[in-house]
Design a protein around this ligand. Structure first.
Ligand code: HEC
Length: 398
């Protein structure tokens, strides 16, 4: 029952996180689009541009002011709770999924040294450290050089992925890099962008010129947020793809994917400009193709050492699987905290094992994400037997 309630709690928080995340990123994409598509013309009433749109059965007409309207409207809409709610629900999810069962989900198998408490402290500390580093960087003179700032940020997050994955489980390492970037984005909204909006609003109501530096800082931070979006979304999805976070060079996979994502985001940013060409899509495509090749199985996995005549029978493997996997992967798992087999993968009979042969091979031999955290202490010899079994099964195939 406890496992069942935990699952529902996780499901509901994840659902909420997803919804508010869409609302936040959706609004931010929309305002970017507005900014890029305004019909710009300076008018005497202080309007810098306008735009017509048709949507949902009606016409919309929007204006943007160069600085601010002469006086404040009675109702002014702010966009901030989407961002805050995304962070709050995301942190809640991090606690429910990783910190709650830190022994299982946070620790790296075989790293031996650190305790669950230390793993949580490292994970949570990395979020704070990322913000401090980023904020100092933005306030320094270096921030005037955009390319350099981008390079330093990429280096920081790649380094973070590398350090975290030598201490934490691979999934925990990835999710913390995602949470660190997300924290920077939300802190940008909370500490810089919203205060700049407040300054604008105050200036209008006090009939004075707003402090321009705050507006410039906010612009810089929201440009950064714009480029952070796609890498973060990749990290959030990556948990479903062990070939990414489970790769021995998972920090490099993250770095290369993020570069491609930034290039794709750049493509969307420059698309409306005169003289536009789609050049950013070329490096993005090359990087992604490179990743597909780099993460291909086989290049670094155990090779099947059997010749075609030796056949490892499924029962031998079933015995291993019973010992190492079935306390989680059974119709009714014995492992504390699980109500049903994870992702519906049941491995308690030879038919089910045959059915999932490819996935079993992939998770135990190629990416080695299973047994989860190697809690059940699967040995190298056993992985080799699975490799051989899978090799002999597929040997006859074209
Ligand atoms: C301690 C519990 C536990 C043990 C032991 C365990 N798993 Fe898993 N397994 C999980 C969890 C949790 C997931 C879901 C991971 C996710 O959500 O991505 C999973 C997912 C999987 C998947 C589906 C994910 C995919 O990428 O296809 C396969 C296949 C799998 N496990 C195979 C195995 C095999 C084979 C073993 C034994 C060698 C094993 N597992 C041992 C907990 C366990």
């Amino acid at each position: 029952m406890e496992a069942h309630l935990h699952m529902w709690l996780e499901l509901l928080v994840r659902w909420a996180h997803f919804i508010v995340g869409i609302a936040w990123i959706g609004a931010s994409f929309y305002f970017n689009w507005l900014e890029n598509h305004l019909q710009r013309e300076q008018r005497p009433d202080g309007v810098a541009g306008d735009l017509w749109a048709v949507h949902g059965g009606g016409f919309y007409y929007l204006k943007k002011f160069a600085v601010a309207p002469g006086e404040l409207p009675p109702t002014l809409h702010w966009f901030k709770w989407e961002a805050y709610a995304t962070w709050i629900s995301g942190m809640t999810l991090l606690i429910i999924m990783f910190y709650w069962n830190a022994q299982t989900y946070m620790l790296k198998p075989g790293s031996g040294g650190i305790s669950a408490g230390a793993a949580i402290a490292i994970g949570a500390g990395s979020l704070l450290a990322s913000w401090v580093f980023y904020d100092l960087l933005c306030r320094s003179a270096l921030a005037q050089r955009e390319w350099l700032t981008g390079l330093l940020l990429l280096t920081w997050f790649a380094l973070l992925a590398w350090i975290l994955s030598s201490w934490l489980s691979d999934r925990a390492a990835y999710i913390h890099v995602g949470a660190a970037i997300g924290t920077v984005m939300v802190a940008n909204v909370f500490r810089v962008i919203i205060p700049a909006h407040r300054e604008l609003v105050d200036a209008v109501s006090e009939q004075r010129t707003p402090d321009a530096s705050k507006g410039l800082n906010a612009l810089q931070r929201s440009r950064h947020n714009n480029y952070f979006t796609l890498p973060v979304l990749f990290i959030m999805l990556s948990a479903h793809y062990p070939a990414t976070y489970g790769h021995p060079y998972n920090w490099l996979v993250l770095l290369v994917f993020s570069l491609a994502a930034v290039a794709i985001r750049h493509f969307f940013n420059i698309r409306h400009l005169p003289g536009f060409t789609a050049w950013p899509l070329i490096p993005a495509a090359l990087l992604l193709v490179g990743l597909i090749l780099f993460t291909a199985p086989g290049t670094r996995s155990l090779e099947s050492s059997v010749d075609v005549d030796t056949v490892i029978d499924t029962d031998t493997v079933l015995e291993i699987v019973h010992q190492r996997c079935s306390n989680c992967h059974a119709a009714v798992p014995e492992f504390a905290g699980l109500a049903t087999a994870p992702l519906g993968v049941e491995l308690d009979t030879s038919q089910k094992l045959e059915l999932h042969a490819q996935r079993v091979f992939h998770t135990t031999v190629t990416v080695r994400t299973m047994p989860l955290g190697n809690l059940t202490r699967m040995t190298e010899e056993e992985r080799q037997i699975i490799a051989d079994w899978y090799g002999s099964r597929t040997a006859g195939e074209p």
